[in-house]
Design a protein. Sequence first.
Length: 156
Amino acid sequence: MKSYFRPLIIALLAFPVAVLAAGGNGDSAGVPADPVIAAALDANERKDYAKASGILREALAMAPDNADYHNLYAYSVRKGANPDMDLVFKHYNEALRLNAKHRGAHEYIGEAYLMVGNLGKAKEHLARLDRLCFFPCGEYSDLKKAVAEYEAKQPR
């Protein structure tokens, strides 16, 4: 009888992974993407970090409790010319205050810590991602790779 339940259990466990692999983000199906996020991502993709920062700064004035806006704003500032790292950390930390499980914010703040030479803090966020990602996730893999590259460049 146990052999009948095994395929059912596997199918039930695999269902969330299939949904996420299809591009789902946990929101209701058919809900249009946030236009602010879409515009900021488009600007970031074109490496127009100043434009993305401006879009997100305005959005944050209207919606200061949006963790995604804080995360992308910090990313845009960090990727831009001469990033203000105090501002970057302020907004990543605010994203994490609003949503402690925000995988993108954990990845990006970890990368920011590597930029300022704080490997220990980057590894803390890598460990947090390891706990948040039931299955391997892109955020964990990306930060793990960044940490490994950082460590490889360090003198022995």
